[in-house]
Design a binder for this molecule. Structure first.
Ligand code: ADP
Ligand code: MG
Length: 349
């Protein structure tokens, strides 16, 4: 129900064109940052990158900065300030977000700003305070924190309050986070530092060792997305990649196949699956039985690796369901928790 004060505020806002109240959620990921504005939806979705010239001037953020990665001259630093889900470079993160706010047309210096920040379930107190500090610096009057697996579960439409176990596996850029959620809380969780970026590195190393060719990070990622696969038989693609020949130092190109990419990434895919199996091993039989009924929910961009859902399902012998929008569920869930605050107040940390 909308109170009288809210009505007066809305009337004032529309009359004078100033926004007095903003509710928003931010998923500050290792690979991608998303901003959700209550009443509007996702207003920003960009890679977590910033390019800084002469250590002071911001030259680009997001997609534009990521393209400069490995291509910039000495006086421009291209920084990916989030590492394994936590803030690694405080100032760079602040400037990146401030620029993202500008891009999304958000001006937050006035009014009542409530900000939900999504955090990995395994963070230290210091890492948590860095997130809170940055939110305040960006203009938040009130900062709420939510565990990413919890946000993902809400975003995926899982009824988190029921006394029924649900497993969420979020494969991001830096980490794979596994959590069993029941009765509005996390009962078992684990996080490993093997996720999407590790697969890119595996492809890079494979091409280096087999062809004596060094390729760029983004090219390795493109190979993974375009022809990569979690199984050797499901995808038959080939792709040309270029880089620097390690022996001669000159440019070189080779053609690689899906099968080779599978060979490169498969040990890491196995590691992720093993981590899921280990969490199932320490989960109570009641919850495991629930999970078996509902299936394991796969989220995060890393879950888009071709055939990963089916491969995992075969290995853990439990149904695996990839959510329909794996790159967005965390921020969507955080936004929903804020929109329906009374219903989800316990979901915040
Ligand atoms: P984070 O939350 O850590 O920022 P995301 O959930 O945004 O991570 O996922 C980013 C990861 O997903 C990257 O490693 C990216 O390469 C990977 N990714 C995105 N799309 C695909 C795809 N189609 N196939 C395989 N991996 C993908
Ligand atoms: Mg994430």
């Amino acid at each position: 129900m909308m109170g009288l004060l809210d009505r007066i505020r809305e009337w004032f806002e529309s009359l004078f064109g100033v926004v007095l109240k903003v509710d928003m959620a931010i998923d500050l990921g290792t690979a991608n940052t998303l901003i959700y504005l209550v009443g509007e939806g996702i207003v920003l979705n960009e890679p977590s990158f910033i390019a800084i010239e002469n250590k002071s001037e911001v030259v680009a953020v997001g997609r534009e900065a990521k393209v400069m990665w490995g291509r910039s001259p000495k006086h421009i630093d291209v920084i990916n300030p989030i590492n394994d889900g936590v803030i690694d470079h405080y100032d760079a993160t602040y400037f990146m977000l401030r620029n993202f706010f500008n891009k999304a047309g958000l001006k937050l210096k006035t009014g009542k700003v409530r900000m939900v920040m999504c955090i990995p379930s395994k963070v230290t107190q210091v890492e948590k305070s860095a997130v809170v500090d940055i939110a305040h610096e960006l203009g938040a009057k009130e900062v709420l924190l939510i565990d990413e697996p919890m946000a993902a579960a809400i975003g995926a439409g899982i009824p988190i309050h029921e006394p029924r176990g649900n497993m969420v596996v979020d494969i991001g850029g830096g980490t794979t986070d596994i959590a069993v959620i029941s009765m509005g809380g996390i009962s078992v969780k684990d996080s490993i530092r093997v996720a999407g970026n590790e697969l890119d590195e595996a492809i890079r190393n494979y091409v280096r060792d087999k062809y004596n060719l060094l390729i760029g990070w983004s090219d390795a990622e493109n190979v993974k997305i375009s022809i990569g696969s979690a199984t050797p038989e499901e995808r038959k693609g080939r792709m040309v990649v270029g880089g620097r020949d390690l022996a001669s130092g000159t440019p070189k190109e080779v053609e690689i196949t899906s099968e080779e990419v599978w060979e490169a990434v498969s040990p890491y895919v196995e590691t992720m699956v093993d981590a899921v199996r280990r969490v199932l091993d320490i989960t109570t039989p009641e919850l495991v039985s629930d999970i078996a009924k509902n299936g394991v929910y796969l989220t995060g961009g890393g879950s888009l690796l071709h055939g990963l859902d089916r491969f995992m399902e075969r290995k853990i012998k439990v149904k695996v369901v990839r959510v329909s929008n794996p790159l967005e569920v965390v921020v969507l869930g955080a936004g929903k928790a804020l929109e329906e605050y009374d219903n989800y107040r316990n979901a915040f940390v």
